[in-house]
Design a protein around this ligand. Structure first.
Ligand code: SF4
Length: 95
């Protein structure tokens, strides 16, 4: 079996590594209202990020699609990425 390394050169242009990195993952026992506000701010940054598509593609193809994974990648939580991936699979099956 051959394992190919994924291209992560896009990370050099990630907006989240330059500022506010703490917005992208949930602290332990974060209250719901804090979480909602934090995710809103993180997703706004993702919306202005030049590499959002590459980031989301990376997350979808590197196993970061778990319900309960609160880390924001490509403007989506793990739960949202799981839905995105399920929708893509359904579309492929439908032809
Ligand atoms: S899309 Fe969001 S999580 Fe991904 S690199 Fe850009 S700012 Fe970071």
């Amino acid at each position: 079996m051959t394992i190919r390394a994924m291209d992560v050169s896009w990370m050099d242009n990630a907006k989240c590594t330059k500022s506010n990195a703490e917005l992208f993952s949930s602290p332990y026992r974060e209250p719901y209202s804090d979480r909602r506000d934090r995710e809103f701010q993180a997703k706004r940054i993702c919306g202005m990020c030049a590499v959002q598509a590459a980031c989301l593609d990376y997350a979808l193809n590197s196993g970061r699609v778990d319900i309960g994974d609160d880390t924001i990648w490509g403007g989506q939580t793990g739960t949202e990425r799981k839905r995105t991936r399920s929708g893509a699979k359904r579309s492929r099956r439908a032809g």
